[in-house]
Design a binder for this molecule. Structure first.
Ligand code: BTN
Length: 247
């Protein structure tokens, strides 16, 4: 499978790079489009949240993919993107970046980046997945909105100043590698790599799922990317969605 030819478009301020990339997907844009912005006025996060996207502080971009796989496989793209982003940031910073299911990027247990994948079936030969990635590059500890508490960090706190463009290229290089590996050989290697990068594997966590808080030990992910949680009874249950609220 050939390397993806990324077509990077840079914007100053946009509402949301995901919104723009979804619009382009509906217009039939092919795989490989990347929209990057220096700031977003309505950056979208998971679970309907906003993504804090002030100018001069982060890397915000969306990459358009058209994976020729069954719809039930497309959820895996977001875990693939998590692995790619963790490796790309680690390549640039030489710091170890951890993953928290499903795809928070963490430094020292605090969130430094997130991924929001959105699906668009209209407008192309195969459905599009817009992979939206936001990374806090340069935000001082007291620079985050109050509701983040002490759970957020930025790469600058590792003592490294990184360039957004360089980080973008490092992530796209890893995304190309893992995405092509997935299309050629399936999810197996990515699953192992994801688990190796997971920074709370084997730890006791609280998962908020379907309105309940469930306590258990995070023991991995399955072939569908679902979280595997070992309950106090010893039973291992899989969760397709939810949020780790502690741990
Ligand atoms: C999360 O909640 O953890 C996911 C955050 C994803 C934010 C990125 S920033 C670039 C892209 N455009 C958006 O509107 N959201 C994603």
């Amino acid at each position: 499978m050939p390397t993806i030819q990324w077509k990077i478009e840079s914007e100053n301020e946009v509402e949301s790079t995901n919104i723009l990339a979804l619009k382009r997907a509906r217009m039939g844009e092919s795989e490989g489009l990347v929209i990057r912005a220096l700031s977003q006025t309505n950056g979208r996060g998971r679970m309907g949240r906003k993504w804090f996207s002030p100018p001069g502080s982060g890397l915000y971009f969306s990459a358009l993919l058209r994976p020729p796989v069954a719809t039930d496989q497309t959820a895996l793209i977001s875990l693939i993107a998590g692995v790619a982003a963790a490796e790309g940031i680690a390549d640039i910073t030489r710091s170890s970046v951890g993953l928290k299911w499903p795809n928070d990027l963490r430094l020292g247990g605090k969130k430094t980046g997130g991924i929001l994948c959105e699906y668009e079936s209209a407008g192309g030969p195969s459905p599009a997945i817009v992979v939206g990635i936001g990374i806090n590059l340069k935000i001082p500890p007291n620079g985050f909105p109050e509701e983040f508490g002490k759970r957020a960090t930025s790469i600058e706190e590792t003592g490294t100043t990184v360039d957004g463009g360089e980080t973008l290229h490092a992530i796209l290089e890893r995304l190309d590698y893992w995405y092509r590996g997935f299309l050629e050989d399936g999810f197996g290697d990515i699953r192992s790599r994801w688990e190796a990068l997971c920074d709370n594997l084997g730890e006791r966590i609280h998962l908020s799922a379907a309105g309940k808080s469930i306590e258990g030990k995070m023991v991995g992910i399955d072939h569908s990317g679902h979280m595997l949680l070992e309950l106090p009874t010893g039973e291992v249950r899989e969760f397709e969605s939810g949020e780790v609220v502690e741990g």
